[in-house]
Design a protein around this ligand. Structure first.
Ligand code: NG1
Ligand code: ZN
Length: 549
């Protein structure tokens, strides 16, 4: 029929590369851009099928995040703006790797039947396409568009060059029936930021010229461009952007959140002139954010303020607002909000201790945003962050509804009470911080307004706790999947004996902690070690790396 011949003719334009096996993994498909046109075309089909299946708008983002500029990749955003449902991942793998047109068609027909997807030409599907600033993005977007439109009834809408979180935000907003243009995104972020600023108590407003300025490394990518637009909508905050894509530097090359966090050195364009100033760094698609400080006479070294510390700052602020709500008689009689934080084993042990001392419930999941996000969604307010700077704050719909009702209820009575202000602040946070995925732009605005609210410098924030010295290593092994872990990747269950050997080694170190796991994105086993001194962390990591080898 029409559908079959459409798929056959379009697929003949995209043959998969020989001898390359793609895996959807934790971050979608990623590879050298020259290997990807066929995968993009096929993911376009998959996105259209997902849209038919869910009756909702689906997103397709073309990016390879912090990887080098010659790489590219593709990820699907589900109707709620989150990652593609995990039970579709095996189909994504099979589809991308099918070699013959016949096998490819068979896979689609089998899957469509199994999922009960109606390909009747009457049902409508829509896929929003976005891409980062990579030069390969244009051609890959065209391949994706051809995939989408080879499903009868499906339309592809090109949203242009975007950050990853912007596209996820738009998908979520569209499916909620809200305004969802890029302008709407900027307006929601800037107006909720202003709302939070207006709710800063007068006695806490004490910034000087330095305190309302942040300098941001845009990783030579899309984030810098968008941040300039956002910054132009804010009057009380000065955002100086360096390493934006139009500045001519190479994407992610000696710049960006991944580089800064792993190497602990200043990105290109930052140095002695920035001593003591609040600096931040985004990754190539602006879903990761870290802060850093250039210390005096640093010779390139920086003090890193990582995702764990961003999480801690958010936790302190939100916990304070919840306590204002609790103290306010009559406000919370009906509701005790559950606040939870979610980390992975890579979180610095000092951050976990700090959060527990605050009395917070700290949960651990395996590495990968989809796991953290899912766990955080179990709470009224769930805060999750990876140490590398990817994270956000999720508000349950019921809690947002409750906050909305409370702000209205209180406004008729005790106007301007602390309880009401706290409810208003939390509502504004739920609008400022991206509810779909971690978003460096919205994260940056939330950090900035909380620092203003607290009257804290970046130094004061960094002093919340002191990171334990740590070391991360990669070990190349014959088969990384021979290492099988449990308990959020903290314990090796196979090969037998390995965990006992790690325990014996770790036991020799004061405050020693160490775990190994196979990477989901690289062909290596990662080793992470912490101890009371840098030398001890290094030695522990090295000796455990030998055990893995
Ligand atoms: P793998 O390669 O599985 O360790 C890395 C990061 C994750 C996450 C993913 C997706 C570390 C240790 N791991 O995963 O946190 O960001 O990439 O990009 O940073
Ligand atoms: Zn990224």
């Amino acid at each position: 029929d029409e559908q079959q011949s459409l798929l056959l003719s379009s697929s003949s334009r995209f043959s998969p590369p020989q001898g390359v096996k793609l895996s959807y993994g934790t971050a979608g498909f990623r590879a050298d851009a020259s290997l990807l046109p066929s995968a993009l075309y096929r993911v376009g089909i998959l996105a259209a099928l997902r849209s038919l299946k869910t009756g909702s708008i689906i997103g397709l983002m073309i990016t390879a995040s912090h990887n080098k500029v010659s790489d590219n990749g593709v990820k699907i955003a589900d109707p709620n703006g989150g990652m593609l449902s995990q039970h579709w991942e095996p189909f994504a793998d099979a589809l991308a790797n099918a070699l013959s047109p016949k096998h490819f068609l068979l896979l689609i027909n089998e899957f469509v039947a199994k999922e009960g997807i109606l390909m009747d030409g009457v049902s409508q599907a829509e896929v929003l396409l976005g891409r980062d600033t990579r030069p390969s993005g244009d051609a890959l977007l065209e391949a994706a568009r051809q995939g989408v439109t080879s499903v009868v009834g499906a339309v592809a809408t090109d949203m242009g060059v975007l950050t990853t979180p912007q596209l996820h935000w738009m998908v979520r907003a569209r499916n909620k029936g809200m305004q969802a243009s890029e302008q709407d995104y900027f307006e929601q972020l800037s107006s909720s930021f202003r709302c939070l600023e207006d709710l800063i108590p007068a006695e806490k407003r004490k910034f000087d010229g330095l305190n309302n300025k942040v300098i941001v490394d845009g990783s030579n990518g899309v984030g810098g461009v968008k941040l300039k637009v956002l910054g132009s909508l804010l009057s009380a905050l000065v955002i100086e952007v360096r390493n934006s894509s139009e500045d001519g530097g190479v994407l992610n090359d000696g710049v960006g959140a991944d580089y800064v966090q792993k190497e602990k050195v200043a990105p290109h364009g930052f140095g002695s002139k920035d001593v003591g100033i609040r600096c931040a760094s985004l990754d190539g698609d602006a879903d990761r954010l870290v802060y850093f400080i250039v210390p005096p006479e640093s010779s390139g070294r920086i003090d890193l303020v990582d995702g764990d510390k961003i999480l801690s700052l958010f936790a302190v602020f939100i916990r304070e607002q919840l306590s204002f709500l609790n103290e306010n008689e009559g406000v919370t009689n009906s509701h005790q909000a559950r606040l939870g934080v979610v980390q992975t084993a890579y979180a610095n042990g000092a951050s976990t201790n700090y959060l527990k001392q605050l009395g917070l419930e700290v949960n651990f999941t395996p590495t990968g945003v989809k796991y953290l996000h899912e766990k955080a969604a179990e709470f009224d307010i769930g805060i999750y962050f990876e140490a590398n700077g990817h994270g956000t704050v999720l508000f349950s719909e019921s809690f947002v509804g409750w906050l909305e009702a409370k702000t209205k209820e209180i406004s008729s009575g005790s106007n301007g009470s602390e309880g009401k202000k706290a409810a208003l602040r939390l509502l504004a946070v739920s609008k400022l911080i991206n509810q779909a995925v971690g978003d460096a732009l919205s994260g940056l605005l939330l950090v900035e307004v909380i620092l203003q609210y607290m009257g804290w410098s970046v130094h004061r924030w960094n002093e919340l706790y002191h990171d334990l010295p740590s070391r991360q290593l990669k070990v190349k092994v014959a088969d990384r999947n021979a290492v099988i872990t449990a308990n959020a990747e903290t314990v090796v269950v196979s090969p037998p004996g390995l965990q006992e050997a790690i325990n014996a080694e770790t036991g020799k170190y004061h405050k020693g902690r160490c775990f190994v796991r196979p990477s989901g994105t690289e062909d290596v086993v990662r080793v992470y070690a912490e101890a009371s001194t840098q030398e001890a962390a290094d030695t522990l990591a090295n000796s455990v790396a030998k055990l893995v080898d």
